[in-house]
Design a binder for this molecule. Sequence first.
Ligand code: PAF
Length: 271
Amino acid sequence: MRAWSRIARAAGERVGFVPTMGYLHEGHLSLMREAKRRADLCVVSIYVNPTQFGPKEDFSKYPRDFERDRKLCESVGVDAIFAPTNEEMYPAGAATTWVEETAVSERWEGMSRPGHFRGVCTVVAKLFNCVLPDVACFGQKDAQQCAVLRRMVRDLNFPLEFVVCPTVREPDGLAMSSRNVYLSPTERQEALALKQSLDLARRELAAGRTIDEVSAAMTKLITSKPSARIDYIAFVDSETLLPVNRYEPGRLLVAMAVFVGKTRLIDNMVL
Ligand code: PAF
């Protein structure tokens, strides 16, 4: 992979990169199109990274279909797929060297999923070392991941442009996610409560309601769905992920994680 990138870069071509865990959907494809707009070549990695899953999480059942992913990459004109094995990504076996961001990672996803961001930062740093990208594109759906990785790129002087692209949604508003395949038809319907509650937040904040009032209204909407259980609803600064208690347009990130049945979904909106 590195030799391929070095040849491209020596020929003056910019390498765009989209890291993924596969089971690609339109959200991933929009990142690939953006990488192609910003660079001459587009590399997609497909790797379900074991170190970012907790012991009780869905690593073993995470959906995988390389042939389907390969065709989708081809359909948008991806130049190379990097699909390493565990032995290639973790050549010394269990890692004893980690990349850990210690502020933006602390709360929300970091609290609910201990070790998750350490696994994400470590594998993304390793992928950057393999792919040598000039531009890397990530999806806003994982808002905290974007904030953590943006910080890692600054802190560690990675020589690349870090790009965040908008969340892509199904026509009815559900944020696209590889994990949506876990939902039963009823859960799929009830999962619309996430986006509906974010729309409610936008309306209510614009109408002058306080964050406490808006949070209560969102909670009521989500918990009216029998299969939904809130993990967190966070009103935070979009860069630091620290809680805010006043609405400052443009900086306020409303982020949430909700279990719908056994499936944990996340969504967010910058207001
Ligand atoms: O967002 C993801 O799919 C993963 O966290 C990433 C960035 C590919 C790292 O494994």
